[in-house]
Unconditional design. Structure first.
Length: 223
């Protein structure tokens, strides 16, 4: 079974960039590494439904439990592909994984319901849907104003032509998502966490430097 490394963070944190760079570095170091990004909008029914929802094309809003089930379904449908990668590689690098579902859906309920929803989603994904928990989750901690600017620079997404999707446009939601990620990291939900800041001295860090740091964290645990 491969080592599972999840790169997590709110929108605009640079997860996709870090995932690609870390995977490249691990392969260059002689390991067999594969990247896997969620949601898989074009590959699963759950992913397609999520794209429609985030683009605002569904006729009604989804309750947090409903949205959580769609995100989990996307991974459940992807489970055979995930297992195949895990059996043929040394390490899988995730651009978003189970914790993303937990952070975003718990941000949409009152604070007194958040903990119960976090636990419910963890059970749904790891027990009912039998998805393996990550061995290490890396939280890319990015200030909200910096993340907002980075979202605006994103390349065109497959599911929407808008600058911000339904989650990205809600600044209050994004702030609560960041708080949930920090709480999950502090509480070691799903396993071990490491927080990596994407800003230093008030300036955005070089993505290559961030990728080097994450690669070193993974290599240390693989040894």
């Amino acid at each position: 079974m491969a080592f599972l490394l999840a790169i997590e963070g709110a929108d605009g944190a640079g997860k996709a960039t870090a995932t690609a760079a870390v995977t490249e570095r691990l392969n260059a170091a002689g390991l067999s590494a594969a990247a896997l990004s969620f949601p898989r909008y074009a590959e699963t029914v759950g992913g397609w439904a999520l794209g429609e929802y985030l683009a605002g094309r569904l006729p009604h809003a989804a309750a947090p439990e409903t949205a959580a089930t769609l995100y989990a379904l996307d991974r459940f449908e992807s489970r055979p592909h995930l297992i195949e990668l895990a059996e043929t590689h040394d390490i899988i690098v995730f651009d978003r994984y189970i914790a993303s579902n937990m952070a975003y859906q718990a941000a949409q309920v009152p604070p007194d319901r958040a903990e119960a929803l976090l636990q419910w989603i963890e059970q749904l994904e790891t027990v009912q849907f039998r998805l393996p928990a990550p061995h290490l989750s890396v939280y890319l901690d990015t200030p909200l104003d910096v993340a907002r600017d980075l979202i605006a620079r994103k390349r065109k997404r497959s599911y929407t032509d808008d600058t911000y999707d339904a989650y990205e446009a809600d600044l209050g939601l994004q702030a609560r998502v960041r708080a949930n990620y920090a709480a999950m990291a502090d509480g070691a939900m799903l396993g071990e966490w490491v927080t990596v800041s994407t800003v230093a001295g008030g300036a955005l860090r070089d993505p290559a430097e961030i990728a080097d740091e994450i690669t070193a964290l993974a290599m240390a645990r693989l040894r």
